[in-house]
Design a protein around this ligand. Sequence first.
Ligand SMILES: [Zn+2]
Length: 255
Amino acid sequence: MSTTSFKGIVLNSIDYEDNHQVLTIFSDKYGKIGMVALGVNKPASKNKYALQTFNLSEFEIFKSRQRHTLSKLKTAILIKDHFEITKNYDNYMYVSAIGKIIEQATLDRQKNFRIYTILLNLLEKINLNENPFSNFVLTLFKLIQFFGGDWILNQCYRCYRSYKFYRAFNFEDYGLVCPNCVREDDPIQSAEFVSYIMKLKTTNVETEEIQIVPIKYHIYLVKHLFNYYEQTLGIWNPILEQIKEKEFVKNLKNV
Ligand SMILES: [Zn+2]
């Protein structure tokens, strides 16, 4: 077996027998990759910190030839820990939900540098406790494109025309509705919300901007993103369910 090196984020680790672990890493070079770490639970193991969940490390592995068989870890060196995340239960839950989605919805060894960057970015922000909930919601939104999702945010989905302003975002067909196409029974939102959702298509919403966006926009968005993941993309997990059941998410009706 030949060795190869890459940077990666630990998504998951499972102990087996006394001293070993099976790890799932999301890497810059290979996307999701599984490996066995022998002897890592021994007290003298040098790899231990590098292998903690959500840490960023440099890995050297003996790469298995088959995509679906596990590679073997040679060494792991910690680049950046994200220990602060574990000190806040909600923050840990947000990151775990995203980690689980990426684990569930990506294929072994299918490189996707953008997912890697999005995940790393989220970990860094939440580690600093920077708008954790909003960053969680925006990450959920950014990831849908990789799982076959598409929200129509550049034109009216009914007449296909582009406008400066739209009347609503339709959360059944996931597209903007212009003033000419809006029907009497369409659920509509405030003009501010609609102009905010339009921005999601084109810009990476930056930190300064996140801070001035009313939190209820992100709560409203997350309710619909949850539906979208569960019903349209077919991606769901118990951590998402737990966040969905939170009072502040359940109680918000419209924006
Ligand atoms: Zn229209």
